[in-house]
Design a protein around this ligand. Structure first.
Ligand code: SF4
Ligand code: SF4
Length: 297
């Protein structure tokens, strides 16, 4: 039987997820709940309906077609009664304002690989390849392994973007077929990691060390979130002293996830974006490691 995964996006021409131009495949489902997450639709593995209230033009077409009467008007305006919605998709088909979208589609290995191959000419010439991101792509490890093998059989460069908070046995399944790990480090202390993401970070650093000992190519990515983890960035640099990584990328927080949280009826938490000067100062903390450090504003 062909393996399937729940995918919430496939982005061609991606330039931030590894070397060259890449196709990035986003797998749905994550075991962390980062308070600043810019893809909150990636949390649940199941399909979900997003409603962007600010795009709604009140044409009422969704009310007319919904077989479940899940579109309701409350004192807060137009809302979705998510207990009633069965994700039939009827309302998304009639919403020309683009206020409604279902996130998540089940795809087979063949279907995803077909998309990857269709875009091959764009990334192969640039030294790029394919990146599997999420969510946490390792939570769908059987699918991930299968699609990575397919890519390697066709000499396509592969990267896996992970938060590392899974058993090392999950990594063992895919290390032979993964050229590059994009490895997120969010906090140095397990207490802060738990506070910000819901889980402690013991496996994160243990797995990183094991991948480094295996001489895998690793780019560490550190989200820099004003009001959350900036005071621990220096400690993260120290924890990298005995680990071999190719590069560190510092990623400044941006507020893209806030609209999506609202569209999913999730609680919205606001953080601040570090200034350019703050990002430069954070970059300094890694310089002594003697490896390339980049930051994205
Ligand atoms: S169909 Fe779209 S624009 Fe019209 S009321 Fe529903 S959500 Fe709003
Ligand atoms: S997806 Fe279907 S059930 Fe859910 S709100 Fe839209 S029309 Fe109603």
């Amino acid at each position: 039987m062909m393996l399937t995964a729940t995918i919430f996006d496939i982005q061609p021409f991606s330039v931030y997820d590894g070397p060259g131009i890449r196709t990035t495949v986003f797998l749905k489902g994550c075991n962390l709940r980062c308070k600043w997450c810019h893809n909150p639709e990636s949390w649940k593995k199941d399909r979900q309906l997003l409603f962007y209230q600010e795009k709604c033009i009140n044409c009422m077409k969704c009310f007319e077609v919904c077989p479940q009467n899940a579109h309701v008007v409350t004192t807060d305006g137009h809302e979705i009664d998510r207990k009633l919605c069965n994700l039939c998709g009827a309302c998304t088909d009639v919403c020309y304002a683009g206020a409604l979208k279902i996130s998540g589609i089940k795809m087979t290995v063949d279907e995803v690989f077909k998309r990857i191959k269709a875009e091959e000419k764009y990334y192969q010439n640039s030294g790029g390849g394919v990146t599997f991101s999420g969510g946490e792509p390792l939570l769908q490890k059987d699918f991930l392994k299968e699609i990575l093998i397919r890519c390697k059989n066709e000499n396509i460069h592969t990267a896996v973007d992970t938060a590392g908070c899974v058993p090392y046995s999950y990594f063992e399944e895919i290390t032979s077929y993964t050229d590059l790990f994009l490895y997120d480090l969010k906090a140095a202390s397990t207490q802060l990691h738990k506070e910000l993401t819901g889980l402690g970070n013991e496996p994160v650093f243990e797995n990183l060390k094991k991948l480094s000992d295996l001489k895998k190519e690793i780019i560490v990515r550190v989200p820099c979130i004003g009001g959350a983890n900036l005071h621990e960035i220096e400690k993260i640099a120290k924890l990298l002293e005995n680990i071999s990584v190719k590069k560190v990328e510092l990623l400044a927080y941006h507020r893209m996830g806030e609209a999506k949280s609202a569209a999913l009826s999730q609680e919205k938490v606001t953080f601040s974006t570090p200034t350019k000067e703050e990002m430069i100062a954070l970059k300094q903390k890694f310089l002594y490691l003697g490896i390339p450090i980049e930051y994205q504003e």
